[in-house]
Design a protein around this ligand. Structure first.
Ligand code: NOJ
Length: 560
C-alpha cells in the first residue's frame, strides 16, 4: 500500500490576517502578531496553517484584490516578517498554505495598468476585454458583488470583465503567456518553502468563449452568468497543466475553492490519477437556507438536508477523491450561531457537538480562527458599523429598491461576511486584546465571556474539546480512512453515522436539538461499546438501545 499523504492526516487552521492579532497598535492584524500566536495554534494540535491573502493590495476586498503577488501588504509587515513566520511555522513542525487568487487581480496590478493603457498593449490579453453590444455591456452577467460584471473603459472604448468588484478584473486564462507568469509566481512561493495553496474561486478561471447572455430572473436587471464560467470548458486542462508544470515538482497540499461544484465534478477535480487538486471546498451545505435572494433570503434549514449533502460528498468521494471538511471560513457566518445554538446556555455544548459531527467524518478538517473557542455571529446596530464590500453593496441595492431596514439587517445578521471577520477574542481586556489601537472592525461585544484566555483556563472548554478531536485523528486510523455510513436518514433532530475500517467501527451521534432525544442503534448488532469522546458528563453504562441524548449531546463510540 502506498503511504498516506500528509494532508490526509492533517487538520488545517485558517487565519484571516486582518482580524487575527495586531502587534503594532494600528488596529489591523499583522504577521508579527501571527508569530506571537503560533504556540497557541500548535497547542490546539494543528498541522497546517492556511493564510488568507497577505499580498500587497489596495484592500477593496480585504486582500482578495492583489496588486503585487510577490510583495507583502504594508499593514501586515514585510517580506522579512513573512520569512520569519514561515520559518517559525516549520520549526514547530507545522506547514503553511497560501491563498492563491488568480481568477482576478486588483485593477492596480501592473499588468492591468498596462493592459488598460491601450488596445494594442502587449498585456491587453492578460484580461478580458470586449466591445459593447448595441450600446450595452457585452453580456448581461451580474457581478457577485452587485451590478454588471462589466466595466466600461473610456480610454479604449471597451469593457473589461470583473466577476467580483470592478477593482477585481478577471484574468484571461486563454492566454498562455498569462498562465506561464502565474506558474512562475507559484514556483517562486514554493521555492521559498510554502507547502501549498488554497485556490480562490479556481473553478471560475475558464470562461465559455462564446460569452452568451444568461437568463434574467423577474425583478432583476442582470443574470447569473455562472453556467458560462463555473467549471468552464478548459478548467480541467488548465489545472492539469498547472499540476504538470508546477505542483508535480513539489510536495504540496492544494484545495480549490469552488462555488457551485457538484460531487461528480468534485471527483474529477480530486481523483488522484487525474493530477489536478487534492481537494475542493464545495458550498452545498453553506447554501442551506438560501432562497430567491440567494444567501440573503436567510431561510430556516433542515437537518435532513444537511445530512443529505454531507452524505452525498462522503460517499461520492470515498476511494475516488478526497473531501475537505469545514463549517466556517471568512465568508460564512459563525457555525455555532448558524447550525448550533449561540444562547449561552447551549453555546459551548452545541459548538462541541458540531465539532464532533464534522471531525468524525472522512476528509481534511479546517478550523477557522475563533471557531475553536465557540465565537458567535455579531449584530451591530447600524450599517455604518459594517465593512464588508459584499454586504455594503447589497444593502445599497436593497435600499434603492425600498426594502425595509429591519429586514436588511436581519439578513446581514444571519449571513453577512463580517460575522466571521470581527477580531479574534484573545482576552477580556479592551478590544479583546486584539489591538492596543482602534480595531478596523469592532470586536464582538461578547468578548468578555468568550475569549481565548477563558478557554485555556477551563479544562472543559470548546478549545480542549477540539484539541481532543484533533488528537484522535492523529492516533485513530478509522477516523482517517474509515468509510462512512449514514444512520437515521429521516431524523430531523439526530445526526448519526458510522465509520468503518477493517474490523473497526466508530459510531458518531449528534443531537442537533435543544431537547432530550432517545434513539436505538440495534441495526448495528450486539457489540461491546466503548465511549471514546463526548461533550456530556460520563454516564455509567453505554449501550446501543434506548440511548438517551441530552440537548446537543454528541459522542463517539467504538464498537467491537
Ligand atoms: C472567495 C473569497 O473567499 C472571498 O472572500 C472573495 O471575496 C472572493 N473569492 C473574490 O476573491
Amino acid at each position: 500500500m502506498t503511504q498516506t499523504p500528509w494532508w490526509k492526516k492533517s487538520v488545517v487552521y485558517q487565519i484571516y490576517p486582518r482580524s487575527f492579532n495586531d502587534s503594532n497598535g494600528d488596529g489591523i492584524g499583522d504577521i508579527p502578531g501571527m508569530i506571537q500566536k503560533l504556540d497557541y495554534i500548535k497547542e490546539l494540535g494543528i498541522d497546517v496553517i492556511w493564510l488568507s491573502p497577505v499580498y500587497d493590495s489596495p484592500n477593496d476586498d480585504n486582500g482578495y484584490d492583489i496588486r503585487d503577488y510577490q510583495a507583502i501588504m504594508d499593514e501586515f509587515g514585510t517580506m522579512e516578517d513573512f520569512d520569519l513566520l514561515l520559518q517559525q511555522i516549520h520549526e514547530r513542525g507545522m506547514k503553511l498554505v497560501m491563498d492563491l487568487v488568480v481568477n482576478h487581480t486588483s485593477d492596480e496590478h501592473e499588468w492591468f495598468i498596462e493592459s488598460r493603457s491601450s488596445a494594442k498593449s502587449p498585456k491587453r490579453d492578460y484580461y478580458i476585454w470586449k466591445k459593447g453590444i448595441d450600446g450595452r455591456e457585452p453580456t448581461n452577467w451580474a457581478s457577485n458583488f452587485g451590478g454588471s460584471a462589466w466595466e466600461y473603459d473610456e480610454n479604449t472604448e471597451e469593457y473589461y470583465l470583473h466577476l467580483f468588484s470592478k477593482k477585481q478584473p478577471d484574468l484571461n486564462w486563454e492566454n498562455p503567456l498569462l498562465r506561464e507568469d502565474i506558474y512562475e509566481m507559484m514556483k517562486w512561493w514554493l521555492d521559498k518553502g510554502v507547502d501549498g495553496f488554497r485556490m480562490d474561486v479556481i473553478n471560475f478561471i475558464s470562461k465559455d468563449q462564446r460569452y452568451p447572455d444568461g437568463e434574467v430572473k423577474p425583478g432583476n436587471k442582470y443574470a447569473s452568468g455562472s453556467s458560462y464560467f463555473r467549471n468552464g470548458p478548459r478548467i480541467h486542462e488548465f489545472l492539469q497543466e498547472m499540476y504538470t508544470k508546477v505542483l508535480s515538482h513539489y510536495d504540496t497540499m492544494t484545495v480549490g475553492e469552488m462555488p457551485g461544484v457538484g460531487v461528480e465534478e468534485g471527483k474529477l477535480y480530486t481523483a488522484e490519477e487525474r493530477k489536478e487538486l487534492n481537494m475542493v471546498f464545495h458550498f452545498e451545505h453553506m447554501g442551506l437556507g438560501d432562497g430567491e435572494h440567494g444567501k440573503w433570503s436567510a431561510l430556516s434549514w433542515k437537518l435532513t438536508d444537511l445530512k443529505r449533502i454531507m452524505t452525498k460528498w462522503q460517499k461520492g468521494l470515498d476511494q475516488k477523491g478526497w473531501n475537505s471538511l469545514y463549517w466556517n471560513n471568512h465568508d460564512q457566518p459563525r457555525v455555532v450561531s448558524r447550525f448550533g445554538n449561540d444562547n449561552e446556555k447551549f453555546r459551548e455544548k452545541s459548538a462541541k457537538m458540531l465539532a464532533t459531527c464534522l471531525h468524525g467524518m472522512k476528509g481534511t478538517p479546517y478550523v477557522y480562527q475563533g471557531e475553536e473557542i465557540g465565537m458567535t455571529n455579531v449584530a451591530f446596530p447600524t450599517i455604518e458599523d459594517y465593512e464588508d464590500i459584499e454586504t455594503l453593496n447589497w444593502y445599497k441595492e436593497q435600499k434603492e429598491k425600498g426594502i425595509e431596514e429591519a429586514e436588511m439587517m436581519r439578513a446581514i445578521y444571519a449571513r453577512g461576511r463580517d460575522n466571521a471577520r470581527t477580531p479574534m477574542q484573545w482576552n477580556d481586556s479592551k478590544h479583546a486584546g486584539f489591538t492596543t489601537g482602534v480595531p478596523w472592525l469592532q470586536v464582538n461585544p461578547n468578548y468578555k465571556r468568550i475569549n481565548v484566555t477563558n478557554s485555556l483556563n477551563d479544562p472543559h472548554s470548546v478549545f480542549y474539546y477540539y484539541k481532543s478531536l484533533i488528537e484522535l485523528r492523529k492516533k485513530d486510523e478509522t477516523i482517517v480512512h474509515g468509510s462512512y455510513h449514514l444512520l437515521l436518514p429521516d431524523d430531523e433532530d439526530v445526526y448519526a453515522y458510522t465509520r468503518t475500517y477493517k474490523d473497526d467501527m466508530l459510531l458518531i451521534v449528534c443531537n442537533f436539538s435543544s431537547s432530550v432525544q432517545t434513539r436505538s442503534f440495534s441495526e448495528l448488532g450486539e457489540r461491546k461499546v466503548d465511549r471514546i469522546l463526548s461533550n456530556e458528563d460520563s454516564k455509567q453504562t453505554y449501550s446501543l438501545e434506548n440511548v438517551e441524548l441530552s440537548p446537543y449531546e454528541a459522542f463517539i463510540y467504538r464498537l467491537t
